[in-house]
Design a protein around this ligand. Structure first.
Ligand code: GLY
Ligand code: MN
Ligand code: MN
Length: 439
């Protein structure tokens, strides 16, 4: 359960958010000839042949109304012109504390039933759809269609542009996460191991590990070059060259996704200027964010900027253009410039246009998750990276581009892994608003 925020501005923004959501659902349901939709929160999965469960986050469309990431086995019935009906799974159970609901504005707008069982509510006569992690058989037993793609696509599209309430939540998530990043940096510079960094991050950002929006990426030295490095060494490194920390926070359902990279006391002198150069590039790209901007075009600018940075820092001896054309920049940064951010870290509808038509990424950039034109209300991450990934550099060592790369310098940087700098930015009507506070 997310913490209650009782400030009156949050409550009033949340009321507006819910009124707009009711209107949006009414429009979508009318267009598709439906009388209502039943949203299932989902439930945690037990480990095979065990009574322990994996961590859990509720279905995004369920959270769009409630913001409750840990409300499991619960149902939400939405009908135009009716109060949303929420059935919360709250069984009599002396092993666990039954689900609790926070004192937030959405509660007043809902009819809430605390149910002892997790059965779906009976649907009234009419045409209904069920969305969420349910079987076709269950939907059929309710006389409803199961996860129709036209409805899912239309509702995903309603999550692309965030309400003022949602932007406030994303800002709150960023503030909490940045408190964690500050503490993590101090812990690293004091000689901590990856595990110490993660524990400091959790403590200062006030969250338990299962509530994180994604597993923190805590890469010391070469581990920073593994894009989604997943382990936490418990022993401090003998030499502290670098730390890449990609770690977030969930606030009232909404996710922060922030990355910072720091040079350690044993860093090669070439490393800190690369961090500064990548940060300057990131700031330039953030400054370009505005409605009407093509995000794919911005991703291409990232590569031109990386080519320039590699040339300026002596990692390549060719022109920035040649570094891009030969695939050198893509070997140093194989992921996209960023993605849409919201109730999911990689939020929905990033690769379709407003009418749901596919917008695949360019062949050169298969990992780019956001390919649409920016609009006011969108929130995106901006996360340029620069890594030494041996697997991706190996083909360059063999080919004609090899002569343009300063391999001794690349080899010196290999033990530093890589650099990523990631902020979360809202697009507004005049430009943008960076939700990530300064360090
Ligand atoms: N934390 C995952 C990402 O940056 O996309
Ligand atoms: Mn990230
Ligand atoms: Mn990200």
């Amino acid at each position: 359960m997310t913490g209650a925020d009782t400030s009156s501005s949050t409550a009033s923004l949340q009321r507006d958010h819910l009124v707009a959501l009711q209107q949006a659902y009414g429009d979508v349901l009318a267009q598709l000839g439906l009388d209502g939709v039943l949203l299932y929160s989902g439930h945690p999965r037990p480990h095979f042949a065990d009574d322990q469960e994996a961590s859990f986050a509720a279905f995004g469309h369920f959270m769009h109304w409630t913001g409750q990431a840990d409300l499991a086995r619960s149902w939400l019935l939405i009908r135009p012109g009716e109060r949303p009906r929420l059935k919360v799974h709250a069984p009599d159970d002396f092993w666990h504390l039954p689900a609790r609901l926070p004192d937030e504005a959405w509660m007043e707008a809902f009819e809430v039933e605390m149910g002892r069982d997790d059965a779906p509510p009976t649907l009234p006569a009419g045409r209904f759809a069920v969305l969420g992690d349910v079987s076709v058989a269950l939907a059929e037993s309710l006389g409803a269609t199961c996860n129709p793609t036209d409805l899912l696509g239309a509702l995903d599209e309603r999550r692309v542009r965030k309400s003022d309430y949602e932007i406030q939540c994303l800002r709150g998530a960023n503030q909490q996460a940045m408190a964690g990043h500050r503490a993590a940096r101090r812990t690293f510079l004091a000689g901590g191991a990856e595990l110490d960094v993660q524990l400091a991050y959790l403590g200062a950002s006030r969250q338990r590990e299962t509530a994180l929006p994604y597993a923190s990426i805590v890469g010391v030295n070469a581990h920073g070059g593994v894009l989604h490095y997943q382990h936490y060494d418990a022993v401090p490194p003998a030499r502290q060259r670098s730390l890449l920390l990609d770690a977030g926070h969930r606030y009232r359902g909404y996710c922060a996704d922030i990355t910072r990279t720091w040079a350690g006391p044993d860093a090669d002198p070439a490393f800190a200027p690369l961090i500064q150069g990548l940060r300057a590039l990131q700031i330039r790209l953030v400054e370009a964010l505005a409605p009407g901007v093509d995000y794919v075009g911005l991703h291409q600018r990232l590569h031109q900027g990386l080519g320039q940075l590699l040339a300026d820092q002596g990692l390549v001896h060719c022109s920035p253009e040649a570094a891009v054309a030969q695939g050198i920049t893509r070997a140093f940064c194989p992921h996209g410039l960023g993605h849409s951010l919201g109730l999911q870290v990689h939020d929905v509808a990033g690769r379709v246009d407003g009418a749901g038509r596919p917008l695949p990424p360019p062949e050169t950039d298969p990992a780019l998750r956001l390919t649409r034109e920016l609009e006011a209300g969108m929130v995106v991450t901006m996360e340029p990276g620069l890594y030494v990934i041996p697997m991706l550099l190996a083909p360059l060592r063999e080919g004609t581009a090899s002569r343009d790369i300063d391999w001794p310098l690349v080899n010196r940087l290999a033990d530093h892994g890589g650099i990523r700098i990631e902020d979360n930015v809202a697009i507004n009507s005049t430009g943008h608003d960076n939700l990530t506070p300064p360090e």
